[in-house]
Ligand binder design. Structure first.
Ligand SMILES: [Zn+2]
Length: 440
């Protein structure tokens, strides 16, 4: 990490929902989790990535934070404090940093536990060249979360409030962990109340269009309630928090879509043709609570055949994510082959009519996912109903599980290591003996 990079930690929140733990005697960031104050965990995690200079914004009971950390010397870092005389919301205190910070900086909220590869996020931020990069991920309760809308380049184009009717959606949530360019500070002209999402992110997005989402499967959760404090504490103790850092190889369950997660009806060309198979969402929710990623690998030749265009395909995937989201499940990635090798259909898209390396039974999609999501293929599984899924999984070096609930298996092809009736049973087989966590 570049030695000029600093982190700003917003530690002024009152933490009303944790009052049974704080007794209103310590500020929320000083609540101990697995024996260590949340704020100390944050400092140590950021320091582990090479950050040594911190600005901590304190408010209510801020003197407790100053007493504990002092100038940071005892922790091997330098700390400067900014005191909010009156509460300025989640972002208002950034005003006081104008002129103090000349480089991009990390902005962290004092009620989160995380373990993030900051170098990877920083190089993404610089590559995109935006003023704000926000860390984003799907979660298990998108229906009551504010959601991000991004374009193909991951530029944030809209924020969908949970208070508005939204129809289908991609499950993508702002995790409250940011990389901020100092030019964002120029927009603060006085110490006024500002909300990070509603004022800063939205304002920037609307006026300048330079906000990007950095989508990662790494661990970050807020510990704003007593039950989350307990479940995240457990995740720290058993190593789940650090294991998800993308510097470590991830285990994954690759899932075929049609015939595996949703009913097999031939080619899906419209959102209403998607109906989840019984227990499929429940099975994916179990993967989400395990140490495995859930990643879809799907052949969608309807794109090459010209039966569905790009927007039509996006609408189908939005329905898919919404159906899973309603059941508390999500996928960590979606990899699609849009190609088809045989030419000569009316309305086909010539550019997609190629003999690609990603159409299953070829393993290209698996290799792409492994590269982007830091997956160890040998420790991963492929679950699907057709011979193509199993052949692709084998070619990728994964373990394989075949389902009998979709397409009939074509004779003469190599079969999977394990055969079972549906996804739920497959996930049971894979996770047998694995520990599962709370809500994500
Ligand atoms: Zn392909």
């Amino acid at each position: 990490m570049d030695s000029m990079i600093v982190a700003v930690i917003m530690a002024g929140g009152k933490g009303t929902r944790l009052s049974s733990v704080t007794g209103d005697e310590i500020p929320k960031p000083m609540v101990r989790i697995a024996g260590v104050p949340i704020l100390e965990r944050q400092l140590m995690s950021l320091k582990g990535c090479g950050i040594t200079k911190f600005y901590i914004v304190v408010g209510h009971l801020g003197e407790k934070i100053r007493e504990y950390f002092g100038d940071g010397g005892a922790f091997g870092v330098t700390i400067e404090y900014i005191t909010e005389e009156t509460p300025l919301g989640s972002a208002g205190a950034l005003y006081y940093l104008k002129g103090k910070i000349a480089e991009d900086f990390f902005l962290v909220f004092g009620d989160t536990v995380f373990d993030i590869d900051l170098d990877a996020m920083l190089s993404y931020h610089r590559r995109k060249g935006g003023a704000l990069t926000l860390l984003a991920h799907p979660n298990s309760h998108p229906f009551d979360s504010d959601l991000l809308v991004v374009d193909d380049d991951c530029k944030v184009t809209a924020l969908l409030s949970k208070k508005e009717p939204r129809g289908d959606y991609f499950n993508l949530v702002n995790a409250s962990f940011f990389l901020v360019s100092p030019r964002v500070l120029d927009c603060f002209s006085a110490p006024e109340f500002r909300d990070m999402e509603k004022d800063v992110v939205k304002g920037r997005m609307e006026r300048y269009g330079d906000v990007y989402a950095y989508i990662t499967t790494e661990y970050i959760k807020d510990v704003g309630t007593v039950s989350r404090l307990r479940s995240v504490g457990q995740d720290i103790v058993d190593g789940t928090v650090s294991a998800r850092n993308r510097k470590h190889k991830q285990r994954c369950i690759f899932l075929d879509r049609d015939g595996t997660v949703n009913e097999y009806v031939g080619f899906v060309t419209k959102p209403d043709q998607l109906r989840l198979l019984p227990r499929a969402a429940e099975a994916i929710a179990r993967i989400n609570r395990s140490g495995y990623l859930a990643v879809i690998v799907s052949n969608q030749p309807v794109l090459a055949r010209g039966e569905v265009d790009k927007e039509g395909m996006a609408a189908i995937w939005r329905r898919f994510e919404r159906l899973l989201g309603e059941c508390g499940a999500y996928v960590d990635g979606t990899y699609v082959c849009p190609h088809h090798p045989d030419r000569g259909f009316e309305g086909e898209v010539a550019a997609l009519k190629i003999d690609c390396d990603c159409r299953k039974p070829k393993p290209g999609l698996f290799f792409r996912a492994a590269e982007e999501l830091s997956i160890c293929l040998e420790d991963s599984y492929c679950v699907g109903d057709s011979w193509r899924d199993i052949a692709a999984g084998i070619a990728a070096g994964c373990h394989t599980v075949r389902l009998t609930c979709g397409e009939p298996f074509a004779e003469g092809h190599a079969d999977a290591e394990y055969v079972c009736s549906d996804l739920y049973e497959a996930v049971n087989y894979i996770l047998n003996g694995e520990k599962e966590n709370g809500d994500t």
